[in-house]
Write a protein that binds this ligand. Structure first.
Ligand code: AMP
Length: 419
């Protein structure tokens, strides 16, 4: 019986993979310009990391984790997000002892047991950045700017930036209390999840996706009006820097994000009209995270962007670099396998993208295939020509064919291809 890929996963085939590569190139280039170093952490971590670093009351921890016992009876979890692992690595590798701030980025697969649909998968990829050891609101503004510039460079306009502040351990209790006071009398109108949230994490009552819960939430107290002096000042500075850099945003007091470790700034980048899967990325400040996973508190800010959703947005756009076929395709005519094999090796050794036939098909069929894969030149290694030390070189653009000395074909191709 045939075996299929697990539900919610995708195969990225070569044509699609080229798009991934070009996005990844953009990411690496941008991160270099902004001064972030790449970090690669394991795909699985101790389950506890996510319980403590993401939060017990989040959807991720409550419902979506791929958790398993390994053969040593340790509970491990396929990482559902990148920030807690990076914070764990920051602590474990004593990056706090290096000059601060530490600016890190990652690209990699994440795993969540979500209900699969367009733009929502069980294995998906995120690009994220984190700055550890910077309290300055200018750091918040920097990561937001980086996210906005990333989408801008990909030519994705029309996204909107939503901005909020969720307070800190000083003002969060005030926000909580006001929200509980408001929702208590109305909670019977809300969904079962919201009834649990009221007790466990009332801030999340604000971001329920159920329409009738949102309706109830419309009259709720505005968290932005409950911020302490420090959080207010911080938020004002973040906004000031964004204004300074001409980055447009909308204030969204309902934006609370799913994760417990967020403090102060929270932001999301939304696709207008994107429906339930309307966020392409989000982030914020998480001054509580490093402390929550066992370190001394370190201020930190970052974001995670979804690459599948980014690619979906790019689908309508022209492919920036259309399929590049090989520089040369070596066609075998007659008993010339040895000469062709050597020639292919020499062409590749010279850095030319080269392919050849492996199916034993006719000369005509090989030529047709070379055309299909977009070869720029075809080198025909034929028995008769080879006796005179020659091969035929065909320019697939002009159709012109010339005889060239076998010894000179590599040099000739390098010259005409300027490689
Ligand atoms: P989050 O860590 O939940 O804030 O997610 C950040 C971004 O990752 C989202 O805005 C999405 O673009 C992407 N993302 C999150 N969950 C999924 C998923 N199940 N499938 C595809 N992309 C996702």
């Amino acid at each position: 019986m045939q075996i299929f890929r697990p539900r919610g996963t995708t195969d990225i085939l070569p044509e699609e993979a080229r798009k991934w590569q070009s996005i990844e190139e953009e990411i690496r280039n941008l991160c270099r310009i902004y001064g972030y170093g790449e970090i690669r952490t394991p795909v699985f971590e101790a389950t506890d990391l996510f319980h403590r670093g993401v939060g017990e009351t989040t959807d991720i921890v409550e419902k979506e984790m791929y958790t398993f016992l390994d053969k040593g009876n340790r509970s491990l979890t396929l990482r559902p997000e990148g920030t807690a692992p990076v914070a764990r690595a920051y602590l474990e590798n004593r990056l706090y002892a290096a000059p601060q701030p530490q600016k890190l980025y990652y690209i990699g697969p994440m795993f969540r047991h979500d209900r699969p649909q367009a733009g929502r998968y069980r294995q998906f990829h995120q690009f994220g950045v984190e700055i550890f050891g910077a309290e300055d609101p200018a750091a918040d503004a920097e990561v937001i700017t980086l996210a906005v510039e990333f989408f801008g460079r990909l030519g994705l306009t029309g996204l909107t930036l939503h901005l909020n502040s969720v307070g800190c351990p000083e003002c969060r209790p005030v926000i909580r209390e006001k929200l509980v006071g408001y929702f208590e009398a109305l909670i019977w109108k809300c969904c079962p999840d919201c009834r649990i949230r009221l007790a466990k994490n009332p801030l999340r009552l604000l971001d329920c996706k159920e329409e009738h819960c949102r309706e109830v939430g419309r009259g709720a107290p505005n968290p932005l009006e409950c911020l302490c002096v420090e959080c207010s000042a911080h938020f004002a500075q973040v906004r000031h820097y964004l204004d300074l850099l001409n980055i447009a945003y909308e204030l969204n007091p309902r934006l609370v994000r799913g994760l417990d470790y967020y403090t102060k700034t929270a932001f999301e980048i939304l696709i207008p009209g994107g429906g339930a899967q309307d966020a392409v990325g989000g982030g914020g400040r998480y001054d509580g995270l490093v402390g929550a996973i066992g370190g001394s508190p370190v201020p930190a800010v970052g974001f995670a962007l979804g690459l599948e959703r980014t690619l979906l947005l790019m689908k309508n756009k022209a492919d920036p670099d259309a399929v590049a076929g090989p520089d040369a395709f070596v066609v075998l005519a007659g008993d010339t396998a040895d000469a062709a094999t050597r020639l292919v090796a020499r062409l590749r050794g010279a850095g030319l993208a080269t392919d050849r036939d492996y199916t034993g098909r006719s000369l005509k069929a090989q030529m047709k295939y070379a055309g299909k894969v977009g070869a720029r030149y075809v080198v025909i290694v034929g028995e008769d020509e080879l006796e005179g030390g020659n091969v035929a070189l065909k320019d697939m653009e002009t159709g012109r064919q010339t005889e060239v000395l076998l010894e000179e074909v590599v040099e000739r191709l390098r010259r005409v291809l300027k490689k």
